[in-house]
Design a protein around this ligand. Structure first.
Ligand SMILES: C[S@@+](CC[C@H](N)C(=O)[O-])C[C@H]1O[C@@H](n2cnc3c(N)ncnc32)[C@H](O)[C@@H]1O
Length: 205
């Protein structure tokens, strides 16, 4: 258990989320760290986000956290059928969250079927596809809305220390994505050094 886990013990539905975290750890399913989940919840509260879209559900941990933080509807896209079923079971057990799990490959899904526009988009799926997700779903975020992307400082973005060729390629892709998005006039983006790096972009009015 890390330091942030020990700080989170008073959170609403503590036992439920602890069980989800243990499930993820046991089955080696990557989910948001405790500190990133708290930050995401704060962003939902501060922005008063209502209609949220998430790309990358896993077992539904961050989707449920965003619903508990006040989002009235969370649509979450996951390509693994097995994970969709696990996430749906947790949504059912939670009982109070309006979370819809869409089981599909987000690189192919037609965003028009998701009933946007959304005021909050959280991208937490295949890192090599970040640019594709941002372009495809960013169009369906309302002006003034937020786009949050996880893992933008993957492996510390350290090409010198990384010896694995695939990881080096992935770091280069994430670097291109970061530079491209940070220079877009329609967005105001900042990178926060939480977890593996979270980028928060505001779609300008
Ligand atoms: C890091 S996990 C998501 C964790 C989740 N957001 C959380 O914190 O609770 C990434 C998930 O994205 C899914 N994924 C990867 N590529 C995808 C794609 N093209 N379409 C939909 N889901 C995808 C993976 O199957 C995986 O479950």
């Amino acid at each position: 258990m890390n330091y942030f886990d020990t700080l989170s013990h008073k959170e609403f539905r503590a036992e439920f989320y602890k069980r989800m975290r243990e499930h993820a750890r046991r089955e080696e399913i990557p989910i948001l760290s405790a500190e990133c989940a708290r930050f995401l919840s704060q962003l939902i509260r501060i922005s008063r986000a209502e209609n949220v879209l998430e790309i990358g559900t896993a077992i539904g941990y961050s989707a449920l956290k965003m619903a508990d933080a006040g989002a009235s509807r969370v649509v979450s896209v996951e390509r693994s059928q097995a994970l969709c079923e696990k996430a749906r079971a947790y949504v059912k057990e939670h009982g109070e969250a309006n979370v819809e799990i869409v089981c599909a490959d987000a690189t192919r899904l037609d965003p028009a079927t998701l009933k946007g526009p959304f005021d909050f988009l959280f991208i937490d799926a295949a890192k090599a596809q970040y640019g594709a997700f941002f372009d495809r779903y960013g169009e369906h975020v309302a002006k003034g809305g937020l786009i949050v992307i996880d893992n933008v400082l993957f492996q510390g973005m350290n090409l010198e220390q990384e010896t694995n060729k695939n990881i080096r390629q992935l770091i280069r892709k994430i670097d291109r994505f970061n530079r491209d998005v940070m220079h877009r006039d329609e967005y105001d983006c900042a990178v926060h050094p939480l977890g593996d790096g979270l980028m928060v972009c505001v779609k300008k009015e």
